[in-house]
Structures are given as structure tokens and as C-alpha cells.
Design a binder for this molecule. Structure first.
Ligand code: SF4
Length: 227
């Protein structure tokens, strides 16, 4: 009988015998790194503050949409004070196209207050400080810390979650538990690039509905392979 803690999709897809995950993780990373040499964050930014704002704006929308908005936004808002110098409604209008603009404008202004009052206007590097910023959750903090060269965890988005399950690297559904499984498995020096590799592989090959297992460089390492 199926254990209630094991997701159904994991059970139904995990039908091919493969080596234990500890033996597979390095070849998985190496092959994905070769396959997706351009794997990197899709958000465009020139400074840590732009990175932080971009990631905050990216909730519930696409990176392409965020880049479209920030192309002009970052010419107008260059430092934390700029976000507080305009009326709230003006900032809301400027980020309207990213959706959830009221929540996002409020979070951005709250964050700018903390940056100015407590952090000398600088974007912090630690998860602890980042998650203290209004509207900055663990995922946003992980993305920012990793892009600033200080990964302290592994970003888990929808692609990372799906691929980790299909590859048999976790049986968890909850992002925090998936991250815990991955940080035990993935070598520390790869924490920053690992999510990008899974995200790009998920977009290009391991589609949510139609994984292209026949073209996948991992098909002999993947318990969910259909070839
Ligand atoms: S596309 Fe690759 S990673 Fe995805 S299920 Fe198929 S073999 Fe596994």
C-alpha cells in the first residue's frame, strides 16, 4: 500500500531502477551544466538593489514581464530613497504591469525604509537579514543571496520542485522540506547554480505535462524516464 507521505506522482513516475541519489547527483549536475551552459537568472539587473526589487516584483508573474517593467523603472528609481520620494500611488502605477501592485509597492517601500534606517542603504547578504525585510520570503532571499555570490540555501520554485521529484532526489511536496533534502545532497559549491540548471532543463526538456525523455541527457539517471 502507498505510504500517505509519498506523493502519487513520484510513485507513478518512479518506475525505472537507477543508482542511489548520492551516486547520481554529481553526474546529474555535470551533464546539466554541459547541456545548459547559459543557465542563469533571467531577470535583468545592474546592482544589488535592482536585483532585490526585480525578485520582489517577480512573484506571480514572468521574468519577461518584470524585465519589461524594470527597463524604465530602474532609470527613475536608483536608490532606496527614490522609492520613498514619490507618492505610493505613483509607485503602484509604475509597477502596475507586474500584478499584485498594491502589495508589491507596500513591500518595496517597507523594505526601503529598513534598508535606509538599519542597513546604510545596502542590500544585505545573509538569509537572516534578507528575510527580515518586509515582503521578502525565503525564496526571494535565497535568490538574492545566491546571485550576490553568497548562496545559503537552494531556491525551490515550481521547476526545481517537479524535477527534484522526477529525478528521485526528494519525496517531499513542501518547498522547505524539498530544500532541506537538496541541501543535504547537492555539494555546497553547487547550491547557486543547481536551481538554474533544473529551471532551464524544466523549461527546455522536462516539461510539466510533456517531458521529452527521449531527448534528455539524464534519461539513464532518472527513475521517471519513459524511455
Ligand atoms: S525529461 Fe529527463 S528528467 Fe524529465 S522525466 Fe524525462 S528523463 Fe527524467
Amino acid at each position: 500500500m502507498r505510504s500517505p507521505s509519498v506523493p502519487r506522482n513520484y510513485i507513478s513516475e518512479a518506475r525505472k531502477r537507477v543508482a542511489p541519489k548520492r551516486e547520481r547527483i554529481r553526474p546529474i549536475i555535470e551533464r546539466l551544466a554541459l547541456e545548459h551552459q547559459d543557465a542563469a537568472i533571467a531577470l535583468k539587473f545592474r546592482a544589488p538593489l535592482e536585483l532585490l526589487v526585480s525578485v520582489m516584483l517577480s512573484a506571480q508573474t514572468t521574468d519577461v514581464n518584470v524585465n519589461r517593467v524594470t527597463a524604465t523603472l530602474f532609470d527613475k528609481y536608483r536608490k532606496p530613497e527614490d522609492y520613498l520620494a514619490v507618492p505610493l500611488e505613483e509607485l503602484e502605477r509604475d509597477i502596475f504591469a507586474t500584478g499584485f501592485f498594491r502589495q508589491k509597492a507596500k513591500a518595496i517601500r517597507g523594505t526601503m525604509h529598513v534598508l535606509i534606517d538599519e542597513l546604510d542603504g545596502e542590500v544585505p547578504r545573509t538569509l537572516e537579514e534578507l528575510t527580515r525585510l518586509p515582503g521578502v520570503g525565503r525564496k526571494t532571499a535565497n535568490v538574492v543571496a545566491a546571485e550576490l555570490g553568497h548562496p545559503q540555501g537552494i531556491v525551490v520554485d515550481t521547476h526545481v520542485r517537479r524535477l527534484s521529484q522526477r529525478l528521485g532526489l526528494t519525496r517531499q511536496e513542501d518547498p522547505v522540506k524539498i530544500e532541506r533534502d537538496l541541501t543535504k545532497l547537492v555539494p555546497r559549491e553547487d547550491w547557486g547554480r543547481f536551481p538554474h540548471l533544473l529551471i532551464w532543463h524544466g523549461r527546455r526538456v522536462c516539461d510539466a505535462r510533456k517531458p521529452r525523455c527521449e531527448d534528455c541527457v539524464l534519461n539513464d539517471l532518472c527513475p521517471s524516464s519513459r524511455v
